[in-house]
Design a protein around this ligand. Structure first.
Ligand SMILES: [Fe+2]
Length: 149
């Protein structure tokens, strides 16, 4: 068990995003297995870069959905993505300059960060996209707050 398996509790109800989350975890699984099988870095590196590219593309997609919906958590969620990408890029740089540092533990740690983001930040954010009345209420609240200050 490496903690990277998809769980029903990660479902948000926004199907396209749930599919992307599932795919991201599958890519991390493939990366994890390639490292566990002792595959050469020339084989592992494209998987690693694929995970990084897919994460970036997926974050962009979420941010577009949020912008289109005038989502009240847009700025804070985008900041969370930027923080996560900064950490992942640091890790990527370290691994590329010293491939021997890439281990299954590293991938499991990345997976935990991704899963934590899904559970703690994506699910509340996506909830509003599937609950228009609550979204409208929070948008109105935000507008009132902006008018007051
Ligand atoms: Fe997100």
């Amino acid at each position: 068990m490496n903690g990277l398996a998809w769980q029903a509790e990660y479902c948000s109800g926004v199907e396209v995003i749930d599919q992307e989350h599932q795919q991201l975890l599958q890519l991390l699984q493939q990366l994890y297995e390639a490292i566990a099988q002792g595959k050469a870095f020339t084989h592992v590196e494209p998987l690693l870069l694929g995970c990084a590219a897919e994460t970036q593309r997926h974050f962009q997609h979420e941010e577009t959905l949020m912008a289109d919906a005038n989502h009240p958590q847009y700025l804070s969620h985008r900041a969370a993505h930027q923080n996560l990408l900064r950490d992942l890029n640091r890790l990527l740089d370290a691994v590329q300059s010293q491939p021997s540092t890439l281990s299954t533990t590293t991938v499991a740690t990345i997976g935990q960060l991704v899963i934590q983001h899904i559970c703690e930040e994506d699910l509340p954010m996506l909830y509003l996209l599937t609950h228009p009345e609550e979204l409208a209420r929070q948008q109105a609240e935000q507008l009132t707050a902006e008018t007051c200050f």
